[in-house]
Design a protein. Structure first.
Length: 217
């Protein structure tokens, strides 16, 4: 896989971002945190591309981005009602994310270095929230669940962030393997990210207007 293909796959998020921008006024506000996440993700891809072509390091902006991403995704799950039975839990999750991010980027490591602990933790939490949300959908939804934007987004989250947990854990503990095996892991992550972005685009395309949204925010 050459560099051009990697860049194209990375910028595949632009599809969902543009669809969200075009449909923004028609989409139920309950989906706004996810749309904001798409736009911030696209902005980060642009910044990363520019830095990769100049300073050759995008660790700083990526470290800032993952914190923003974790907040926006958790906010999205709050909009979907996952914290309805325990509202303080939302603030606990957000505070834990912030605390771990600060500890790792300013005490354990440096903010301009690649970090692992926060990435593993918040990815694992997102997977758990996604599974919980899908379980709720299965119980409540009476229509075809595969056409539900919430279901599609959660499926994308589960695929991408489960792999992210595995990959980050792999790099953290530095398992001794061949360079070819390492590159195959990187390529798998790129393909899964591309697949998830296509799922997000479909989800944004199917996002309902206010009167059609059935979940409680």
């Amino acid at each position: 896989m050459n560099y051009t293909v990697v860049v194209i796959f990375g910028f595949s998020i632009v599809i969902a971002a543009i669809i969200g921008l075009v449909r923004f006024k028609k989409i139920n506000p309950v989906y706004y945190p996810f749309l904001y996440c798409l736009w911030v993700g696209l902005l980060n891809e642009v910044i990363s591309y520019i830095l990769a072509r100049t300073t050759h390091s995008n660790s700083l902006n990526n470290n800032i981005y993952i914190l923003i991403e974790s907040f926006l995704i958790t906010w999205q799950f709050k909009k979907w009602g996952i914290f309805q039975r325990s509202k303080p839990l939302f603030f606990i999750v957000i505070s834990t994310f912030a605390g771990l991010w600060i500890a790792e980027n300013f005490f354990i490591s440096r903010i301009n270095n690649v970090t692992f602990y926060f990435r593993i933790f918040y990815s694992f939490v997102i997977v758990l929230m996604s599974i919980h949300t899908i379980n709720g959908l299965i119980i409540r939804e009476r229509k075809i669940i595969f056409k539900s934007p919430v279901f599609l987004i959660c499926i994308g989250f589960i695929f991408y962030y489960t792999l992210k947990v595995l990959v980050q854990t792999f790099w953290l503990y530095g398992v001794s393997v061949s360079r070819e095996f390492r590159m195959n892991i990187v390529y798998t992550m790129i393909y899964v990210n591309f697949f998830a972005n296509l799922i997000y685009a479909l989800a944004v395309l199917w996002m309902p207007s206010k009167q059609r949204f059935s979940m409680r925010s």
